[in-house]
Ligand binder design. Structure first.
Ligand code: FNR
Length: 406
């Protein structure tokens, strides 16, 4: 806040804090296809709208005269055995090259500086090693997580996980809801799939097993690669990342074997029975998400499922010396109040997706930083003004349902 008002005295104008306006600016800068890819969701986009509408059904009840200060929100957020200064996470997002030439490097660098965990997508536009090194996670005392779209080829899975571990990625995020891309009319109508544009998925193109098995040993990233080489590599990559075959619960044992003792969280959990199976399978957390409404149209809003899942997870008996499983939430987080509501309904942390993508499109790394700082400042100020003295006070008792009878 102070940064913005003081900057104003010397004529500096910040990136807009109005997300709708920022999205509009991104739209003007991007190709119509890239804009549609990010903005679009499945089918009628009912679920995407429901994700936002569900937040409006919860209202915060402000309390007064509680000796609050803005500094109260420095209490750390503990996720998978590590403390972070904020409750935000960067949601994984593929093919960022269509948004900005710096792509994943810009996003990861912004996250590292703010010590917000950055989740690297399997479908990233830059190789995971390059992103880890260039974003300087260790120098910033920050960390990065790796998101897996689970390939059908176990050797490729093993290679991706080995590379991620070796590079320094700490947490494995396994996305379960996208074993096939959803029905997305905005992309279908433009016959657009960014995975097939060539610049899409360097993360997979840089994999030695992928190159050996699917590209006849010729790297599609080499300067000598022809357009045909790149197209056939893109088709192979998409059929590994989104193979049209769902794995089963028993197969999680393979990922546990490959990832060793490191934390694993399942992304795309939307029900208590699935959360229970995840924990029974030895997973370290659940990531409640409907992929921003991009997969199952007509599916329940992600926020609506959060409280029952978090209550279930918090009720689990935990062995001595172990931490209880972590609950992460995403789908529809746009404002500080949204972050508060998700924490009140039991999330340990919330992941942000589309908002920073608009910042990336408009202003690269600085754009991402600005969006994250905006949400954080809004969260801290709003929480303090509502009378919260520390993050430990977020609970369902601090909310009312706006549709409940008086
Ligand atoms: C995504 N998301 C996603 N998830 C994932 O696990 N791996 C991925 O590569 C991607 N890629 C991706 C691209 C784009 C353009 C979008 C918008 C989303 C889903 C993402 O992690 C997150 O679940 C949603 O973005 C949350 O919804 P909102 O809040 O952005 O609407």
């Amino acid at each position: 806040l102070r940064e913005i008002y003081i900057g104003g005295l010397t004529g500096q104008r910040p990136q807009t804090t109005d997300l709708k306006l920022l999205e509009q600016q991104a739209r003007e800068k991007l190709s119509p296809e890239a804009y549609a890819y990010v903005a679009g969701s499945a089918s009628t986009e009912t679920t995407a709208r429901a994700n936002l509408a569900e937040f409006e059904k919860w209202a915060i009840v402000p309390r007064m005269l509680r000796s609050t200060t803005l500094a109260d929100f420095t209490s750390p957020t503990r996720l998978f055995g590590r403390d972070y200064p904020t409750p935000l996470i960067i949601a994984p997002m593929g093919v960022q090259a269509q948004l900005h030439p710096q792509a994943d490097i810009a996003t990861a660098s912004a996250a590292a500086e703010l010590q917000i965990p950055y989740t690297h997508s399997s479908a990233a536009s830059r190789p995971l090693e390059a992103v880890y090194e260039q974003a300087r996670f260790e120098e910033n005392e920050s960390d990065a997580w790796f998101q897996l779209y689970w390939p059908t080829d176990d050797e490729l899975t093993e290679s991706l996980l080995k590379r991620a571990k070796k590079a320094g990625y700490r947490v494995l995020v396994v996305t379960l809801d996208t074993w096939q891309l959803g029905w997305r009319p905005r992309d279908l109508d433009q016959a657009y799939n960014p995975f097939l544009t060539g610049e899409g998925v360097a993360n997979v193109f840089s994999d030695p097993v992928f190159v050996e098995k699917y590209c006849d040993g010729k790297s599609p990233l080499a300067p000598t690669a022809t357009k045909d080489d790149i197209t056939s590599a893109s088709v192979a990559a998409i059929s590994q990342l989104s193979p049209g075959v769902s794995r089963s619960w028993s197969e999680l044992a393979l990922l546990r074997k490959l990832w060793g003792d490191g934390p694993i969280v399942l992304k795309g959990i939307q029900s208590v029975p699935d959360a229970a199976r995840a924990i029974q399978a030895g997973m370290d957390g659940v990531w409640v998400s409907n992929h921003g409404g991009r997969q199952v149209d007509g599916a329940v809003a992600s926020l609506r499922q959060l409280h029952s899942i978090s209550e279930y997870v918090r009720g689990i008996e935990v062995e001595e010396g172990k931490e209880r499983p972590t609950v992460i939430f995403d789908s529809g987080v746009r404002t500080g109040a949204n972050v508060m509501v998700a924490l009140c309904l039991g999330a340990d942390a919330v992941a942000v997706g589309r908002p920073w993508a608009w910042g990336l499109a408009v202003n690269g790394q600085e754009g991402v930083t600005s969006v994250l700082k905006t949400i954080l400042a809004d969260f801290e100020l709003n929480s303090a003004l509502a009378g919260f003295q520390s993050s430990t006070q977020f609970s369902k008792a601090a909310l009312v349902r706006t549709d409940a009878p008086l």
